[in-house]
Design a protein around this ligand. Structure first.
Ligand code: HEM
Length: 431
């Protein structure tokens, strides 16, 4: 669908065949991002990776991200971090359940888990309780501001209304706070490195970036703003708590699927205290559950906006240079041509099927595709699989009394990344 929104031509893509045209056939033409107000103010004039326009800076930064930060080797080096944090999660559930008639706020537990894994990987250590509160609130606001409608993005001459209604002021105040926190993280690591201290056994992302900054053999210099921009992406991009939350919701709503996934995990890790990473490769059914959840509840339902670098023809439409493109992966995952009974939660559709989220199947693109595909897939999936396997291995789960599946709110919250509107509370029974 081609729309004229203010002064911006906008192409909304809701079919797999058009998505293939954009992200495969003409991938390079659509490999850029529009410059939006939130990106200019929040990430140093798009000096990050996710919102950077296509070009030399993006290529360099993407390479750093893929080879130095999110490589398989780096992800494997955080294996111990993931296992430690999952063990702490199990202890926390048992503790919460014992003081609360078995009722656990699953959303809170999952948030804490994923934030701690992320902080240990990015910053080398977890945050104090007080700092975590500030951090979580800033990350939540970041997602909201990136998803907000600013008049200037569609009607540049109406910027004064964003200012008049106070939206721009709010964004700038938030940006100052985020910048101050990111600046503190960087300064702390600069002094630790100067004193020869390291914070953990595996090198964290921030230290890798600071080492690259000092590397005189590189043909470019990473500025402090670029480091903060990249850190902001790595911290804010993680939508795995939303994915894990939806996994638990769908398992509760589909007790037969829960039984099957539990029997698979329990059969494989039988007798062990916890499910270890070595077992994950064998959990075919659980992987299919995660894929089905990603189909029905993609955490970034409109991907990240793209912009065409030149005129181009897509199907019968002439698309002019600088057209904004929104790819609706939520609708694509419900396309009846590709998915039988698309609204049903059916894990079986992914069993014995090669459909994957690596960007080759355009009817299934929860992580995007092409040049701009998410570079954090493996990072996200490794913690999601480990956490889910242990949640269903160690505990049986049910809804608190008085709450039925039909009464559960299935709506998503607002923001560029979505998650369920309500926190999930469940009763956990340790086995
Ligand atoms: C369940 C978890 C995640 C989901 C569903 C997800 C999804 C996505 C999607 C849909 C995009 C846009 C792709 C496109 O435009 O075609 C994206 C981009 C990106 N993601 Fe993820 N992501 C997840 C986790 C992560 C993690 C853990 C990281 C890093 C720690 C990460 C880092 C990024 C970055 C840096 C980009 C921008 C890439 C670019 O523009 O070149 N993501 N992600």
């Amino acid at each position: 669908m081609l729309l004229q929104l203010g002064s911006i031509s906008t192409l909304v893509v809701s079919s797999p065949s058009t998505a293939r045209e954009i992200m495969k056939t003409h991938d390079l033409v659509f490999a850029s991002r529009p410059s939006l107000k939130a990106g200019r103010i929040l990430v140093y004039n798009n000096n990050d990776l996710a919102l950077a326009p296509y070009g030399e800076y993006w290529r360099r930064t993407r390479k750093i991200c893929v080879t130095n930060l999110l490589s398989l080797k780096m992800i494997q080096s955080f294996s111990l971090v993931r296992m430690e944090e999952v063990s702490l999660m199990i202890e926390r559930i048992a503790c919460m359940a014992s003081t609360n008639n078995g009722v656990v706020c699953v959303s809170e537990i999952l948030n804490k888990l994923t934030i701690d894994v992320l902080c240990k990987s990015v910053l080398g250590s977890s945050l104090s309780e007080e700092r975590r509160k500030v951090f979580c609130e800033l990350v939540r606001l970041n997602s909201i501001f990136f998803g907000k409608f600013f008049l200037e993005d569609y009607f540049p001459w109406l910027r004064w209304l964003d200012v008049l209604f106070g939206l721009e002021g709010e964004l700038r105040r938030h940006s100052k706070k985020m910048d101050a926190l990111l600046g503190e993280f960087v300064e702390e690591h600069v002094s630790q490195l100067a004193e020869g201290e390291t914070t953990s056994s595996s090198t964290c992302f921030i230290d890798v970036l600071l080492q690259l900054q000092k590397d005189s053999t590189l043909p470019f210099v990473l500025t402090k703003e670029q480091i903060k921009g990249l850190l902001s992406d790595l911290i804010a991009a993680d939508t795995s708590p939303a994915l894990l939350d939806w996994c638990m919701v769908e398992l509760i709503r589909n007790p037969i699927v829960m039984e099957k996934v539990q029997s698979e995990v329990r059969g494989i890790a039988n007798g062990e205290e916890k499910v270890r990473e070595e077992y994950l490769g064998k959990l075919t059914y659980m992987k299919a559950v995660i894929k089905e959840v990603l189909r029905l509840h993609p955490p970034i339902p409109l991907l990240l906006p793209r912009e065409s670098l030149q005129d181009c023809k897509i199907e019968e439409y002439n698309i002019s240079k600088k057209t904004r493109v929104l790819i609706n992966t939520w609708a694509i995952g419900r396309d009846e041509v590709y998915w039988k009974k698309p609204l049903d939660f059916k894990t079986e559709r992914f069993l014995g099927d090669d459909v994957d989220y690596k960007g080759n199947d355009f009817h299934y693109i929860p992580f995007g595709a092409g040049h701009r595909i998410c570079p954090g897939i493996q990072f996200a999936i490794s913690i999601v699989e480990l956490a889910l396997a242990n949640l269903v291995y160690r505990f049986n789960w049910k809804l608190p009394s008085g709450i039925s599946c039909d009464g559960m709110d299935m709506e998503d919250s607002a923001g560029i990344t979505t998650r369920r509107n309500e926190n999930l509370y469940l009763v956990s029974l340790e086995i």
